[in-house]
Design a binder for this molecule. Structure first.
Ligand SMILES: Cc1cc2nc3c(=O)[nH]c(=O)nc-3n(C[C@H](O)[C@H](O)[C@H](O)COP(=O)(O)OP(=O)(O)OC[C@H]3O[C@@H](n4cnc5c(N)ncnc54)[C@H](O)[C@@H]3O)c2cc1C
Length: 352
């Protein structure tokens, strides 16, 4: 089999890369083993324009949000699914200091921040002491629905091989890539945390970050908002809610840890007025990077080996935008954003 691009991984990065390659008329094949708890499958799917204690706008968010909204609507309509919805975050202030920070920020720039008319609106559902603000608009992506629907289509169209990719079988020469019976012009790694061990990219400054979440069931609970107080409660379907997550820089493995479950259960018991049942405990490792920017582009010394990775905590907004930039770069030679382009690491990549 001969294709233009061999893609390793069908998380949110590999999904959008293949989507845009197809639109550009480039042929491709994805290899993805079917792992259950990858970063994309564990994600809540939130695109939140503000971050941190000072509630500042995240990097490039105006451009990324507008692009993402369009991208998810378009891919959803082609797959016949509804994978994006607009929501608002009800941001309960955990302390008086956080309330002040929100009010200060609101005075400076109220683009994504709102103050409620009545701070008692959520007393029926929650215990809270310091009021709340609202963050809107935000988008919620049904990432598991998107990944499974896209995968089904890729398998039907013979664009996806469901197996583990073994880098020892890869042969790279200057004008082609060979892997088993596949020949390609280029290979692009969208393999999340597995790139940490990839001989071409292992020197990139990755900063793996583990995240855990609970899936809980609550009867008759409002499902049109995201509720936040340190943790996020995010609506799924059929009375199920995603609750998370942790951000762990030091961890022993990628498995669910009972400390997270116990701590989260205690927080929920104090915060929620409704009874709930824990249905599942999930965890995964985010492919985060030291300088919180993605890794996009081709290896400076091996021009047919590329990467789309390092999405960190923001895969839902970054992946569509940078998958499109990488596709345009391949098809038209247009540049990749200089803060994301891996050329910036040419020196450390030469040490491979
Ligand atoms: C708990 C948690 C919550 C999160 N919440 C959000 C959120 O609300 N919003 C947001 O924007 N981001 C969120 N994130 C971050 C987001 O999940 C990541 O940024 C994003 O999923 C990374 O996607 P990816 O496609 O680059 O990698 P991955 O999702 O890891 O995909 C890599 C794919 O490659 C495959 N693969 C790897 N190696 C091989 C191999 N050798 N052979 C075959 N297949 C292989 C894997 O099976 C996988 O399918 C969250 C992450 C976690 C852990």
């Amino acid at each position: 089999m001969r294709v233009n691009i061999l893609i390793i991984g069908q998380g949110i990065s590999g999904t959008f890369l293949s989507y845009y390659l197809k639109k550009s008329g480039l042929s491709f094949l994805i290899i993805d083993e079917s792992k259950s708890h990858t970063a994309s499958k564990a994600a809540a799917g939130i695109i939140n324009p503000v971050t941190g204690r000072r509630i500042v706008k995240t990097w490039m968010i105006d451009e990324l949000m507008a692009f993402a909204k369009n991208a998810y609507q378009q891919i959803g309509s082609e797959l016949n699914i509804d994978c994006i919805s607009e929501k608002r975050i009800i941001d309960f202030f955990p302390t008086p200091q956080m309330r002040n920070a929100f009010l200060e920020r609101f005075d400076e720039d109220e683009e994504y921040l709102k103050l409620p008319a009545n701070e008692n609106s959520w007393r029926e559902n929650f215990n809270y002491d310091f009021g709340y603000g609202e963050i809107a608009p935000i988008f919620l992506i049904d990432i598991n629905l998107l990944l499974s629907s896209f995968r089904k289509k890729m398998i039907e169209e013979n664009h996806l091989l469901e197996e583990r990719f073994d880098i020892n079988e890869l042969k790279i020469s200057d004008n082609k890539i060979e892997y088993k019976n596949i020949t390609a012009d280029k290979i692009i790694f969208c393999d999340g945390i597995e790139s940490f061990n990839n001989p071409y990219f292992k020197n990139l400054p990755f900063a793996p970050n583990k995240g855990e979440a609970l899936i809980i069931e609550i009867e008759n609970f409002p499902d049109n908002f995201i509720f936040k107080k340190g943790l996020n409660i995010v609506p799924l379907k059929n009375n199920l809610f995603w609750v998370g997550s942790s951000y762990e820089w030091k961890f022993e493995d990628d498995k669910p840890n009972k400390i997270f479950r116990e701590r989260t259960e205690l927080i929920l018991l104090e915060w929620l007025k409704s009874p709930f049942k824990i249905v599942e405990h999930i965890s995964s490792v985010r492919p985060a990077t030291l300088e919180r920017r993605p890794f996009v582009g081709f290896h400076p010394w091996q021009k047919n080996v590329g990467i789309l990775n390092g999405m960190g905590t923001k895969g839902c907004s970054l992946a569509p935008f940078f998958a499109n930039q990488l596709t345009q770069n391949i098809a038209e030679g247009t540049p990749i954003h200089r803060e994301a382009e891996i050329e910036r690491f040419a020196r450390i990549l030469s040490k491979n």
